[in-house]
Design a protein around this ligand. Sequence first.
Ligand SMILES: CC(C)(COP(=O)(O)OP(=O)(O)OC[C@H]1O[C@@H](n2cnc3c(N)ncnc32)[C@H](O)[C@@H]1OP(=O)(O)O)[C@@H](O)C(=O)NCCC(=O)NCCS
Length: 211
Amino acid sequence: MPHDLSPSPDTVYPINGLKRTCFLKNIVTNPQIIVGDYTYYDDPEDVHNFHKNVLYLFDFIQDKLIIGKFCQIAAGVRFVMNGASHAMEGVSTYPFKIFGGAWVNAPLDAPHKGNTIIGNDVWIGNSATFMPGVKIGDGAIIGTNALVTKDVEPYTIVGGNPARPIRPRFDPATIEFLLELKWWDWPIEKISQHINALATGDLELLRKVHI
Ligand SMILES: CC(C)(COP(=O)(O)OP(=O)(O)OC[C@H]1O[C@@H](n2cnc3c(N)ncnc32)[C@H](O)[C@@H]1OP(=O)(O)O)[C@@H](O)C(=O)NCCC(=O)NCCS
């Protein structure tokens, strides 16, 4: 097999050094944000804006934002994490405890909805917002400006506020096959070899090379 010339996932700015697009894992500094290889973030202003759009991520809560491989993330995307939530069972939602002093023993039972998990090969449109704890399946598409409040099934297009399914991308049997194929876990040489089949949806060929 010829030497593989695919971009290195460890490159910060993989498109000719252009500063608006980065392989995201290489700029992330917070250990509560975990990003897979080749997932990119594009922001014409500054790719470091990504951090300020992961909202209310606190180390004393220890929730995580986990993003898979080969995701495509547009500018303005926001992740609201669990630190955003106030307790809602009492009369007041005021978080007395955090101000300390005489209020330090007040309960602080804000809901915790777990980690936010974005699968692999998820395309996230401009300015989409994710609420705490949502799980997005592999191959999903999140429309521009969507407010994602619930989990999204794999290979499903969603949009709107609140985000609702627009349509599945494939029939159920094909989705089952693609979830088994997990092309994003192939060695990079194999991905490079079959990018045409992946990009055009040549399922016949993909079935042949699936072992
Ligand atoms: C979601 C998206 C992929 C759908 O594309 P599409 O299949 O060509 O969509 P269509 O224009 O055929 O619209 C299909 C339906 O979805 C709705 N829709 C499309 N985009 C939507 C969005 N962002 N939010 C809510 N509804 C949306 C349309 O109104 C239409 O509804 P209808 O069936 O009731 O008439 C696309 O509209 C989108 O949002 N792309 C993201 C673009 C982006 O932000 N890119 C960032 C740089 S990479």
